[in-house]
Design a protein around this ligand. Structure first.
Ligand SMILES: [Zn+2]
Ligand SMILES: [Zn+2]
Length: 254
């Protein structure tokens, strides 16, 4: 049995990604209330008691607001950089596990490789997760693409990739100028086009699934995000799927 993954939901209102291999189940980020998290876990056929760990990419509320409550209920460890977990250290106690850029670690039968990204939070990390055979690359909440990101995500069999905004919709949209500048900045979010350029460089015959994620409701549309990524997919554009705010994404196996 190979690794599989599913999304509880993706976007500025809350994120959560389940990754499972054999009896190991982990959750990457939890930006939902406890009740909402339970509801979304149940929809995907699991419960909080099944979780062996929670990884946190960074402290923004759409990724971390539900983490402490869920960890308490699930009685499982929480993994994140010192900068990310610092506000929760007291509450988590011995359940807090500090991880670092480039230092791989294991939870059950999964190996997690954290890598640093440029984003306006204290010490953000994103992850590549593998069962030793298939590799799932996760990238959301990055303002730009660095050589470190590209190298970390090479050779993945599935990619969850931020397509946050369309530049024209952002320009014409309702955000105040300072927030527009933040989103567009090198430590903000990834545009459809920047994600497409990265995908173009990462695409290879064994890349089975590409999931467009963290799509802004106000500054993007799922259609624009998909069009941008489809343009660079030389073959089998049906490999492209969406992780949405409301319903996330069903289980996939790379
Ligand atoms: Zn976010
Ligand atoms: Zn963020």
């Amino acid at each position: 049995m190979t690794l599989c993954f599913a999304s509880l939901g993706s976007g500025s209102e809350g994120n959560g990604l389940l990754v499972q291999h054999q009896s190991t189940l982990i959750l990457v980020d939890c930006g939902f209330s406890l009740v909402e998290t339970e509801r979304r876990l149940n929809r995907l056929g699991v419960t909080r008691q099944d979780l062996q760990g929670i990884l946190v990419t960074h402290e923004h509320s759409d990724h971390m607001s539900g983490v402490a409550g869920l960890a308490r209920q699930a009685q499982c460890p929480v993994y994140g950089s010192f900068g990310t977990l610092e506000p929760l250290l007291e509450e988590l106690g011995s359940k807090a596990c500090i991880i670092r850029d480039e230092e791989s670690f294991s939870i059950g039968s999964l190996t997690i490789h954290p890598y640093a990204v440029p984003h306006d939070s204290r010490e953000p990390l994103q992850f590549v997760i593998t069962d030793g055979d298939k590799r799932l690359g996760i990238l959301t909440d990055t303002g730009s693409i660095t050589p470190h990101i590209e190298q970390s995500l090479s050779g993945c069999h599935a990619l969850l990739l931020e397509t946050n905004y369309d530049p024209d919709l952002l320009d014409r949209g309702p955000y105040p100028p300072a927030l527009k500048a933040r989103v567009r900045g090198n430590f903000g979010h990834l545009s459809n086009e920047a994600a497409a350029q990265l995908l173009h460089r990462l695409d290879h015959p064994n890349l089975r699934w590409i999931v467009a994620a963290h799509i802004s409701r106000k500054n993007n549309t799922p259609q624009l995000a998909c069009e941008a990524l489809t343009r660079v997919l030389s073959h089998a554009p049906e490999r492209l799927l969406l992780a949405t705010h409301d319903t996330g994404l069903e289980w996939l196996t790379p």
